[in-house]
Design a protein around this ligand. Structure first.
Ligand SMILES: *Cc1c(COP(=O)(O)O)cnc(C)c1O
Length: 488
C-alpha cells in the first residue's frame, strides 16, 4: 500500500516552457549548422579523446536535458559521416534536407505506428506510395510499402518473387521438402551485395544467384543470361527471377531494362529492378528514357534517402501484383483482427506488405517534401547531378594526369591519377594513398572501387548541395596530392 501512495512519474517535462526553450535552441542551432556546412571539412576523424568520452558507464540517474544537449554539441555533432557536405560523394549517400529534418521531428512528435488502421498516417503513406508508383511509371494500384532502405526493399521484393513463382506453397512447406526443385535467379556481376544478403536470408543460398557477366558498358549480357537460363532448366533447376539494375553501385550503369522485361515475359520469370538510386532518374524528363522498361517490372526497390535526398531512413518497394505481395506477408492472429468499425477498421494494410509490424511515420517527410518542393524540382536536381558527373568526366579526360576508368552513364565517375611507366599494382597503391589523403584533408570524400585490375577513385553524386566548382576543387586536390605522394 505504501507503493500506491508514491508520487506518480512521467517522462513529460515538469516544466514544459523550459523544454520548449531548449527545443527552440536546438532548432536554431541545427539551422546554423546546416547553413554553414560548407565552411567545415567534408569529414574529419573522431579524435581519440572523444571516442573515450563516448564510452561511458550506464546512466542511472536523471540529469538536465540542457547539459546532455551540450554534450551532444561537443561530442557528437562535430564528427558526422559527412554526407550533408557539398563535397561528399562517397558510396551512394544522400544529403538530407532541412525540411525533411523538420518533418521527422513532426513524425516523431505524433509517434504514429503505421501497421494500418484508421488513422491519417496510414492515408499519408498510401498517398505517397501512389505518387511514387506514378513517378516510376508503375500502375497506381500497385502495392507498396516504405522501408528502412534499399536492402530491405530488395529483400521484400525477392521474397514476393520467390513465393509467387516457386510453384509450391513456400510459406507452408519451406524450401526443405524433397521434391522442391532448386530455385535460381539471375543478376549481373555488377549487382549490389544486398542481393546476396537477400538470397542467403531467403534460404536459397548464395549459389542460387547466378552472376551474369557484363558488356563494356557494365550492363548485363542478355545472350549470356539466355544461355544460363536454358542451361539451368536443362539441369532441372527452376529459374524464377531476373534482377535488373537501374544504376549499378560501381559505375551507375543501367541494364537494358526493356530487353530484360521482354526476356522475363518470354521465360515467365519475375522481373525485379534494383533501382536504389537510379530508378529516380525517371523523375527527370531528359533521363527518363535511360530507365525505360523499369515500368514493366513486377517489382522495384529504391531509396528516398539517396537520390531524393531525404533524411535517413527511407526506402520503398513497389509490387505490381498487390495480391502476391499480400499473400507473402499477411498473417492475422486474433489480437490483430480487423473490426467492422473503430480504430482497427482499416486492417493491417502495411504490416501485410513486409517484415515489420510496428512501423514509424517515415511517410511524412516524403509527403511534405513532394508537396513542398514538387516532383519537378527533384527531377531538375537529379539532372543537375548528372550534368555535374559529366562535367567531372570532362575535367578528368582533359587532364594529362587523370584517367577515366568507366563510361559516365548516370551520376557516377570512376577515375584515377595516372603516371606513365608505373605498373597496375603501383598505380593501385598510389591511388589508394591519394584517396585516403583526400578524405583526411577534409576537402572532399570520394570512395573507391575495383574495376577489373584497377583501383578507382569513385565519385557518386546524390548531393543537392554540390556545385560545379566543387568538382574543380576535387580535381585540384587529387592532382596536388597525387604529385605530393609521388615526391614522397
Ligand atoms: C545503396 C544501394 C543498395 C542498398 O540500399 P540501402 O538503402 O543502403 O540499404 C542496393 N542497391 C544499390 C544499387 C544501391 O546503390
Amino acid at each position: 500500500l505504501a507503493d500506491i501512495t508514491r508520487a506518480e512519474e512521467t517522462l513529460d517535462p515538469e516544466d514544459w516552457d523550459e523544454l520548449r526553450a531548449l527545443g527552440h535552441r536546438m532548432i536554431d542551432d541545427m539551422f546554423a549548422y546546416l547553413s554553414s556546412v560548407r565552411t567545415r571539412p567534408a569529414w574529419q576523424p573522431v579524435p581519440a579523446e572523444i571516442k573515450e568520452q563516448l564510452d561511458e558507464p550506464l546512466p542511472l540517474d536523471q540529469r538536465d536535458a540542457a547539459e546532455v544537449y551540450e554534450e551532444f554539441k561537443r561530442h557528437v555533432l562535430p564528427y558526422p559521416t559527412g554526407n550533408i557536405h557539398p563535397r561528399f560523394w562517397g558510396w551512394v549517400k544522400g544529403t538530407g534536407t532541412p525540411l525533411g529534418m523538420l518533418a521527422d521531428m513532426l513524425a516523431s512528435g505524433m509517434n504514429a505506428n503505421i501497421l494500418g488502421h484508421d488513422q491519417s498516417a496510414a492515408l499519408v503513406e498510401t498517398q505517397v506510395i501512389k505518387w511514387l508508383a506514378e513517378l516510376l511509371g508503375m500502375p497506381r494500384e500497385s502495392s507498396g510499402v516504405l522501408v528502412s532502405g534499399g536492402t530491405t526493399a530488395n529483400l521484400i521484393a525477392l521474397t514476393v518473387a520467390r513465393n509467387a513463382r516457386a510453384g509450391f506453397d513456400v510459406r507452408a512447406r519451406g524450401l526443405q521438402h524433397a521434391e522442391a526443385q532448386p530455385l535460381v535467379l539471375y543478376a549481373s556481376t555488377e549487382t549490389h551485395s544486398c542481393a546476396q544478403k537477400a538470397v542467403e536470408l531467403l534460404g536459397l543460398g548464395n549459389e542460387s544467384l547466378r552472376r551474369i557477366h557484363v558488356n563494356k558498358d557494365y550492363q548485363i549480357d542478355i545472350e549470356a543470361l539466355r544461355g544460363a537460363v536454358a542451361r539451368d532448366r536443362a539441369d532441372g533447376c527452376k529459374p524464377f527471377c531476373v534482377i535488373g539494375n537501374a544504376g549499378t553501385v560501381n559505375t551507375g550503369a543501367v541494364d537494358d531494362l526493356t530487353a530484360l522485361a521482354a526476356f522475363c515475359r518470354e521465360e515467365e520469370l519475375w522481373f525485379h529492378v534494383d533501382g536504389a538510386f537510379g530508378a529516380l532518374a525517371a523523375l527527370a524528363p531528359s533521363l527518363k528514357a535511360m530507365v525505360a522498361g523499369m515500368e514493366e517490372a513486377d517489382s522495384i526497390a529504391f531509396d528516398l534517402h539517396k537520390w531524393m535526398y531525404l533524411p535517413y531512413e527511407a526506402g520503398c518497394v513497389l509490387v505490381r501484383d498487390a495480391g502476391a505481395h499480400r499473400a507473402t506477408f499477411a498473417l492475422t492472429p486474433s489480437y490483430l483482427k480487423p473490426t467492422a468499425r473503430g480504430i482497427a477498421a482499416g486492417g493491417l494494410t502495411f504490416a501485410e506488405r513486409g517484415i515489420q509490424l510496428s512501423r514509424g511515420f517515415r511517410a511524412l517527410k516524403v509527403w511534405m517534401s513532394l508537396k513542398t518542393h514538387g516532383a519537378r524540382l527533384f527531377g531538375r536536381l537529379i539532372e543537375q547531378n548528372v550534368r555535374q558527373a559529366r562535367y567531372l568526366g570532362e575535367l578528368v579526360e582533359s587532364h594529362a594526369r587523370l584517367e577515366l576508368l568507366a563510361p559516365v552513364s548516370l551520376n557516377i565517375v570512376c577515375f584515377r591519377f595516372r603516371v606513365a611507366g608505373l605498373s597496375e599494382a603501383e598505380l593501385n597503391a598510389l591511388n589508394e594513398e591519394i584517396l585516403l589523403r583526400v578524405q583526411e584533408s577534409g576537402v572532399a570524400v570520394p570512395s573507391s572501387t575495383q574495376l577489373g585490375e584497377s583501383f578507382a577513385l569513385r565519385v557518386a553524386i546524390t548531393n543537392h548541395r554540390s556545385r560545379l566548382s566543387d568538382f574543380e576543387l576535387l580535381v585540384e586536390a587529387v592532382t596536388n596530392i597525387g604529385e605530393a605522394v609521388l615526391r614522397s
